[in-house]
Write a protein that binds this ligand. Structure first.
Ligand SMILES: Cc1ncc(COP(=O)(O)O)c(C=O)c1O
Length: 384
C-alpha cells in the first residue's frame, strides 16, 4: 500500500497541493511561534481574542469533583449539568426553542444532515459550502444539487425543477463563507424556502459571536432567525472555545438525540470545555466592544489592500487574497513568513481549482501597526 500512496503524494507535491502540518506554539496577542520564530498570526479563527481571555482561562480551572473526562456519551452518563446549561444558554443566544451540543462542527453538520434527510429527500447546497456539509449530504443519501455560489436565480431554478419530485427539501448554506469571507443572501434564501416549502439550514461557524445586535450571528443581523429552521454554529472560532451546537425546535432536538449518530456514538466534551463555552457566551453579551474593534480592524486592512490595488472580497473578518496558482500562493505564504506573518496558502481541493489564495483572518488582537505593512508585502510579491 505505501508504494501506491507515495506515488499519489508525489503527484500532489508536483501540483503544489501537498499538505503538511506545522508544529506551532500559540501566543497571546495575535502571535504564533514556529521553530523559535515569532509571527503575527493571520491564520487563526480566534476572531475576538477570547481564547486567552482571563475569564475563559479561569473557567477551564473548574474543579469538577477532581474529574476531567466525562468518560461517557451524552446518552449514557455524559450529559452533565454543564452540558444542559450550555444548551439552555445557546438556545437563548440563538433565539430558538432549544439547542443541542455536538463535539465539533464537523460532527454537527454530518450528524444533523444525515439524521434529518435521507433517500427520497432533496438537498440544495451552495457550491462553496464547507466539506462537513458536503459530507453530511453524501452520508444522508438524499438527492443533491449544488447551486452556483450565492446565485439565487440558479437556486430557485433548481428548486422549481426538482422540489416536487421529493419528500422533504433542504436548502443549506454557510452564512459567512469560511474561505471567501462573503455572506449568504439569507433574506432571498428564506423567501425561496417559503415559496417552495423547503427547510433552511444555516452554518454560522464564522458568524457566531460577531454579527447581529447581540452577536448571535448573520440570521440575527438580517432578521431571518424565525425562517431558518436549523441553525448550526461552533464555539471554536470567535468564542475561543471548543465544540458546536445546533439550535432548533424541541421536536427536532429530540429526533436528533434519537437518531444522530455523531451525537449518539461519541464521548461528550469534558466539563471544563463546556464551562469555558458558557463563559464565552457571557463575554459575547458583556463585551460587545470586541466585535466593534474586530470590524474596524478588518475594514482597515481591506482599505489598505484596496489602496495598493488588491481586490479585497467579502465584507467580513475573513479576507481572501486570491492568486489562482497554487505554487504562487505557496511562494507568497513563504514571503509573508520572511516578513514575520503567518498566513497559510489555501489550495484545491479546499477551494476550487485555480482559486488558490492566502486566507487572512483578521482578529481583535491585531493592531493597525501589526497589519500596516501587510498590503504592500502582498502586492510586491503578487507582482513578481
Ligand atoms: C463553515 C464551517 N463549518 C463547520 C466547521 C467545522 O467546525 P469544527 O472545526 O468545530 O469541526 C468549520 C471549521 O473549520 C467551518 O469553517
Amino acid at each position: 500500500m505505501e508504494k501506491g500512496l507515495e506515488i499519489l503524494l508525489g503527484q500532489r507535491e508536483k501540483e503544489g497541493t501537498l499538505r503538511s502540518t506545522s508544529t506551532v506554539e500559540p501566543e497571546k496577542g495575535g502571535y504564533i511561534s514556529v521553530s523559535g520564530k515569532r509571527y503575527i498570526n493571520l491564520s487563526s479563527n480566534d476572531y475576538l481574542g477570547l481564547s486567552s481571555h482571563e475569564e475563559i482561562i479561569k473557567a477551564t480551572r473548574l474543579d469538577q469533583n477532581g474529574i476531567f473526562g466525562t468518560a461517557s456519551s451524552r446518552l449514557m452518563a455524559g450529559s452533565t449539568v454543564l452540558h444542559c446549561e450550555l444548551e439552555s444558554k445557546t438556545a437563548i443566544f440563538k433565539n430558538k426553542p432549544s439547542a443541542l451540543v455536538y463535539n465539533t462542527g464537523y460532527q454537527a453538520n454530518i450528524g444533523v444532515i444525515s439524521s434529518l434527510f435521507g433517500p427520497g429527500d432533496v438537498i440544495f447546497s451552495d457550491r462553496l459550502n464547507h466539506a462537513s456539509i458536503v459530507d453530511g449530504i453524501t452520508l444522508s443519501g438524499a438527492r443533491f444539487f449544488r447551486f452556483r455560489h450565492n446565485d439565487m436565480e440558479h437556486l430557485e431554478t433548481l428548486v422549481m425543477k426538482n422540489r416536487n419530485k421529493y419528500k422533504k427539501a433542504l436548502i443549506v448554506t454557510e452564512t459567512v463563507f469560511s474561505m471567501d469571507g462573503d455572506t449568504a443572501p439569507l433574506q432571498e434564501i428564506t423567501s425561496i424556502k417559503n415559496r417552495h416549502d423547503c427547510v433552511v439550514m444555516i452554518d454560522e461557524a464564522h458568524a457566531t459571536g460577531i454579527f447581529g445586535a447581540t452577536g448571535s450571528g448573520m440570521a440575527e443581523k438580517l432578521g431571518v432567525t424565525g425562517d431558518c429552521d436549523i441553525i448550526m454554529g461552533t464555539y471554536s472560532k470567535a468564542l475561543g472555545g471548543y465544540g458546536a451546537y445546533v439550535a432548533v425546535s424541541g421536536v427536532v432536538r429530540e429526533y436528533l438525540i434519537n437518531t444522530s449518530r455523531s451525537f449518539i456514538y461519541s464521548t461528550s466534551l469534558p466539563g471544563i470545555v463546556i464551562n469555558a463555552d458558557i463563559v464565552a457566551l457571557d463575554l459575547i453579551r458583556n463585551e460587545p466592544s470586541r466585535r466593534h474593534v474586530l470590524v474596524s480592524n478588518a475594514g482597515y486592512l481591506r482599505d489598505k489592500l484596496k489602496s495598493v490595488g488588491i481586490e479585497a472580497k467579502g465584507g467580513t473578518q475573513i479576507i481572501p487574497v486570491v492568486v489562482k496558482d497554487s505554487a504562487k500562493a505557496l511562494r507568497i505564504s513563504e514571503k509573508l513568513r520572511e516578513n514575520g506573518y503567518w498566513g497559510t496558502a489555501i489550495r484545491p481541493p479546499t477551494v476550487p481549482e485555480n482559486t488558490s489564495r492566502i486566507r487572512i483572518s483578521v482578529t481583535y488582537n491585531h493592531t493597525k501597526e501589526m497589519l500596516g505593512d501587510l498590503a504592500q508585502i502582498l502586492y510586491d510579491e503578487m507582482c513578481r
